[in-house]
Design a protein around this ligand. Structure first.
Ligand SMILES: CC(C)(COP(=O)(O)OP(=O)(O)OC[C@H]1O[C@@H](n2cnc3c(N)ncnc32)[C@H](O)[C@@H]1OP(=O)(O)O)[C@@H](O)C(=O)NCCC(=O)NCCSC(=O)C[C@H](O)C(=O)O
Ligand SMILES: [Mg+2]
Length: 370
């Protein structure tokens, strides 16, 4: 791989293109809500969703029928141009799109149509099936040329979906490939297929991926029924733990943001919430929402609880200058746990700035002296 100097890394890739950002803004993005811009019923719901969801994403890739690709692209342009308070830097709801795959017959038209028409409103372009840094370099240069031609003053950011085995192997170089990189999402369906995993589900767990409690002492495990043994507890495991953890580390190392992806069992709101919460606890900042009912789940899960914020604030208050160790409710707190608490407190402040209901809840927390 050829080396780029640090100075070149932040130089625009086309004459007249906006300067790359030095920091990726931490804009709340608990739910990235997917809609099909060619579906009139879904498109009609977009204006009413502004302010209720952090990100609206006009999907052009998978789930859009080949015959509707052009209608989806044109629909997205129409929606972006005609909807107030959507996208750009100030609106309450960001506007993202997922373009078609880089080897598809549609992607070039996606980019050459969207950037001139709605580049000033598009916050992030999600790129599917990213394999390595070369895919990001291609998009990076093309976007710079299109931005320069369109006279844009703000760079459009890029988000990659981790959904091939090669992409997972190259995750660190993908995150560091361009100052445009905003974040990564897990794409469990394509990734499962690419890895030849034997699940047909779109994200979530699988009842066959488990560990089983040992048999009672003195029992020959060969005699127990391996399929149904009510005497031995089973613990379902998370098929996606390894990939999410790897993605979180790569994103944190590069100062960009990790997201869970789709949870396809729309009816199973409980398991959806569990999967989202696992991702939140591991470090993800948000997730995809495929159906309106997943937005509330994502907003709830990816907002720290009032209890956690109450505790975090107590630790911050008790730790004074941030050094040393104190006891709170029988537990040791020190410089490191203070940093953990600050992660939550800072997230709560960002969310309170855009979510009046949450602000009310966080403001109502009584400050308890430790
Ligand atoms: C999953 C769906 C096909 C379900 O649609 P539908 O059967 O219409 O659901 P409902 O009848 O419950 O819908 C109720 C009303 O809500 C509207 N609706 C539904 N979904 C949305 C939406 N996403 N945004 C806005 N509005 C929505 C319906 O139109 C109904 O309206 P009304 O009749 O007026 O009451 C559908 O939800 C859907 O298509 N969702 C998006 C799917 C999608 O984007 N998939 C791609 C992302 S996942 C992926 O690509 C895999 C990934 O890349 C990987 O590899 O892992
Ligand atoms: Mg996919």
């Amino acid at each position: 791989m050829s080396l780029k100097s640090a100075r070149d890394f932040f130089r625009p890739l086309a004459v007249g293109a906006p300067a790359p950002l030095r920091e990726i803004p931490a804009r709340p993005s608990r739910a990235i809500h997917f809609f099909d811009p060619s579906n009139e019923k879904m498109a009609a719901k977009v204006p009413g969703m502004i302010g209720t969801v952090d990100v609206l994403l006009g999907n052009l890739e998978d789930a859009i029928k080949a015959d509707n690709k052009v209608a989806a692209r044109e629909g997205l342009v129409r929606i972006a141009q005609s909807t107030a308070n959507l996208g750009g830097q100030s609106g309450p709801t960001q506007l993202w799109t997922r373009i078609n795959a880089l080897d598809s017959p549609w992607v070039l038209d996606d980019l050459t149509t969207l950037v001139p028409a709605i580049g000033d409103k598009l916050d992030v372009i999600m790129v599917p099936k990213v394999q390595g840094a070369e895919d990001i370099h291609y998009i990076d240069r093309l976007l710079a040329q299109l931005e320069a031609k369109a006279g844009l003053t703000r760079p459009i950011l890029v988000h990659a979906i981790l959904e091939t085995a090669r992409g997972v192997a190259n995750v660190e170089e993908i995150c560091g490939a361009s100052p445009r990189m905003q974040g990564l999402s897990l794409g469990p369906a394509d990734l499962a297929a690419d890895r030849k995993m034997k699940t047909t589900r779109v994200g979530g767990g699988h009842p066959g991926y488990l560990v089983r409690q040992d048999p009672p002492r003195g029992t020959d495990s060969a005699e127990t029924d391996p399929v149904f043994d009510p005497g031995r507890a089973i613990f379902q495991q998370d098929l996606w733990h390894y990939t999410i953890a790897k993605m979180v580390d790569a994103c944190a190392m590069h100062g960009i943001y990790p997201y869970y992806g789709p949870f396809g069992d729309i009816a199973d709101v409980v398991a959806c919430e569990d999967q989202f919460r696992n991702a939140f606890l591991l470090g993800c900042v948000g997730t995809w929402s495929l159906h309106p009912k997943q937005i509330a789940i994502a907003n709830r899960v990816f907002s720290p609880s009032v209890e956690d914020i109450a505790h975090a604030r107590r630790v911050v208050a008790a730790m004074g200058d941030g050094t040393g160790a104190v006891m709170i409710d029988g537990k040791m707190e020190d410089d490191a746990s203070l940093k953990q608490c600050l992660v939550l407190v800072e997230l709560a402040e960002q969310l309170a700035a855009i979510d009046p209901e949450l602000k009310k809840q966080y403001d109502a927390i009584e400050t308890v002296e430790a």
